[in-house]
Structure formats: structure tokens, C-alpha cells
Write a protein that binds this ligand. Structure first.
Ligand SMILES: CC(C)(COP(=O)(O)OP(=O)(O)OC[C@H]1O[C@@H](n2cnc3c(N)ncnc32)[C@H](O)[C@@H]1OP(=O)(O)O)[C@@H](O)C(=O)NCCC(=O)NCCS
Length: 223
């Protein structure tokens, strides 16, 4: 499969409790996304807020309130071929409880994974469940050779997710940059050959390839 096809239409992935899918302009997607985007306990680890240099809390990000905010921000990165973002939709209720992102692509062979979950749903294993699905997609469909997770050294929750996904801690970066923040962070890595030792079975993550991908392959082979 082509790396490029992922930016024509994003495949859905179904896990036991989640449907991973692209964001839509619906008010429901907007409303549910704002719940985790606006939450300090979530954005403090997202690299958008320099907590260490804001002792009185005055520089905390302004609360986003427009329902289409996250749709526009997400699709801008998607159309620029910089990020693949899946919302995590709870199959049982349809609620969007978080998202998982592949970003910082290098040479079409390496990417970082980021994940954030609505605090009301922490501790239920949703990030590892979505993470396994995206691992399968990245290594089996996109044919990446390496995935990374970078997390602040004080982000125990994310460190645990990286460990549960079988990533190896490769280093401690001192005063490095994560998006807009200078911080100490750990870097975790997983290689395709390590994934292949214990691949995620289809029964745990079902990747649904879009029709548009087949049409593109036909066009490619005729051109
Ligand atoms: C990190 C995060 C994605 C984990 O998601 P999750 O679906 O709760 O993952 P898990 O259920 O596997 O829990 C992972 C760890 O989170 C911690 N945790 C779980 N529930 C928690 C809670 N209510 N409060 C604080 N920490 C909690 C525990 O250390 C847990 O490890 P354990 O299972 O060994 O006890 C989530 O906490 C989050 O969105 N954090 C803010 C954003 C963020 O840090 N993103 C990662 C950037 S690299």
C-alpha cells in the first residue's frame, strides 16, 4: 500500500471497544473533542503549554469553544500530509473519548505516535487498545520501519502506555523540544521487526480500507 493513499482517505480501524475514524464536521465530534482539548490535565502533556515557566498559571491556553475548531485544525494537518489523526469513538455509545495521531513522518519510514484521552475514561486501557490498532496500521499497511513515542519524564500514564505497547526506552533527552515546550523527555521506540515477532491479530484490530484506495491503485497502474 502506498504511503500517499493514507492522505486520500483515512481508513477506519475497529477494535473490541472502539471505532477509530477521521473527525467530521458534526457538532457531536466538535463537542466531544473540546472536552479533552480544553482539559488542563490533558494538554499539559501535549507540548502546547510550557508549565515549568508559568508558575502562576497565567499563560495557560485559552479555552477553545468553537465546535469546528478541532475539525479545522485536524484537517489542515491531514491535507498538508503531516498528520494522520483517528478519533476514538466508543462503539457502545458513539461518544468520542480521545484521539490517536501519527505525526512527524520521516522519509516515509518513521513516525511518532501521540494519544490523548478524556480524563473521565482514563485507566480503562483505551490508549493501549487504540495504540495496538495504530501499530498494526503503521507497520502492516504503511510499511513504516520505526515508531517513536516521546513523553515528558513526569508523564507516568504515557510511559505506562509505551511500555504496554512493547516499546523500548531508548533514551532520556534533556531539555529537548516537544512542539512548543522545552522539557526533559523519554524517547521510546519500536521497530517493524520487533512488531513482527508478535503482530496484532485481525481479531484485535480490523482495518477497513476505503474504496477510494482501490480506485487510486487502478489509476496508478494505468498511468
Ligand atoms: C496517557 C493517557 C493517554 C493514558 O491513557 P489510558 O487510556 O488511561 O491508558 P491506561 O488505561 O493504559 O493507563 C495507563 C496509565 O495511566 C495511569 N492512570 C490510569 N488512570 C489514571 C487516573 N485516573 N489518573 C491518573 N493516572 C491514571 C496509570 O499509571 C496507568 O498505568 P497502569 O495501568 O499500569 O496503572 C491518558 O492518561 C492521557 O490522555 N493523558 C494526557 C495526555 C497525554 O499525556 N498524552 C500522551 C502524550 S505523549
Amino acid at each position: 500500500m502506498s504511503f500517499e493513499q493514507c492522505f486520500i482517505q483515512l481508513p477506519k480501524i475497529e477494535t473490541s471497544r472502539l471505532l477509530l475514524r477521521q473527525i467530521t464536521e458534526s457538532p457531536e465530534d466538535g463537542r466531544d473533542s473540546l472536552e479533552f482539548i480544553n482539559d488542563y490535565s490533558v494538554y499539559r502533556f501535549w507540548g502546547v503549554y510550557d508549565e515549568a515557566n508559568d508558575t502562576n498559571g497565567r499563560r495557560r491556553p485559552k479555552k477553545k469553544i468553537k465546535l469546528d475548531y478541532h475539525y479545522k485544525a485536524t484537517m489542515k494537518e491531514y491535507k498538508a500530509k503531516r498528520e494522520l489523526t483517528w478519533l476514538m469513538e466508543l462503539k457502545e455509545t458513539g461518544k468520542i473519548i480521545g484521539e490517536i495521531v501519527l505525526y512527524d513522518f520521516r522519509l516515509n519510514k518513521q513516525a511518532d505516535i501521540g494519544y490523548r484521552i478524556n480524563k473521565d475514561y482514563w485507566g480503562l486501557g483505551f490508549a493501549p487498545e487504540a495504540g495496538q490498532a495504530v501499530l498494526k496500521f503503521a507497520f502492516e499497511v504503511m510499511d513504516l520501519g520505526r515508531l517513536q513515542i516521546r513523553c515528558f519524564t513526569n508523564n507516568n500514564g504515557s510511559i505506562r502506555v509505551a511500555q504496554k505497547l512493547g516499546f523500548v526506552q531508548e533514551g532520556l533527552i534533556r531539555k529537548g523540544a516537544i512542539i512548543n515546550v522545552i522539557t526533559d523527555y523519554y524517547i521510546f521506540g519500536k521497530l517493524k521487526e520487533e512488531y513482527q515477532d508478535s503482530p496484532i491479530p485481525d481479531s484485535q484490530a480490523k482495518i477497513i480500507l476505503p474504496e477510494a484506495w482501490n480506485e487510486t491503485i487502478i489509476e496508478d497502474s494505468n498511468s
